[in-house]
Design a protein around this ligand. Structure first.
Ligand SMILES: NC(=O)N[C@@H](O)C(=O)O
Ligand code: NI
Length: 161
């Protein structure tokens, strides 16, 4: 059986059960630098069981839609933020937990200027750039021990616009 998933725009409301949308939207929380810079303060729920937060640079190969969703993963020990280093949209896939496996995956297309932070333990698709060079800053847990659970689907999911 093939299940088709239509992409939807990334909004705070739709993404709230899964993570944070990081963007400069509306009035900033504070003006800094003599009023020349708006600070949208403390917008991500960073959560690590132990270890520390780290920033890594990911250079991902680009994908195109329609795209087969074969696997999702989660990080039980920490949150994970994808912060694009270009203005290109990327694909964000999340799912609810149905007891050690993801269920009902959702696919979001970001707008330029949007980044995301998956909350700790949330099922998500891996980093999926839709345009070169696929460069992202990733904020996630640096620590000992395993922090990755994968689920490979038997159902064929196809993500399409
Ligand atoms: N494994 C890794 O570093 N990246 C994944 O967690 C991912 O979500 O892309
Ligand atoms: Ni991940």
């Amino acid at each position: 059986m093939t299940v088709r998933i239509r992409t939807q725009p990334l909004t705070d409301e739709a993404f709230a059960p899964y993570g944070d949308v990081l963007e400069a939207r509306g009035a900033p929380d504070k003006l800094i630098n003599q009023g020349r810079c708006g600070r949208f303060h403390d917008r991500a729920q960073l959560d690590f069981s132990d270890g520390r937060a780290g920033i890594s640079i990911f250079q991902g190969e680009t994908e195109t839609l329609p795209l087969a969703l074969k696997m999702m993963e989660r990080h039980p020990e920490g949150s994970q933020a994808f912060i694009p280093m270009s203005g290109d949209p990327f694909l964000v896939v999340v799912a609810r937990d149905a007891g050690v496996r993801p269920a009902d995956p959702l696919a979001f297309l970001t707008q330029p200027g949007q980044a995301i932070n998956f909350h700790r333990g949330i099922w998500h698709g891996v980093l999926t750039p839709l345009a070169a060079p696929g460069l992202f800053a990733v904020v996630d847990r640096i620590g000992a021990g395993a922090n990755l659970e994968e689920h490979w689907f038997e159902t064929e999911f196809i993500i399409e616009e």
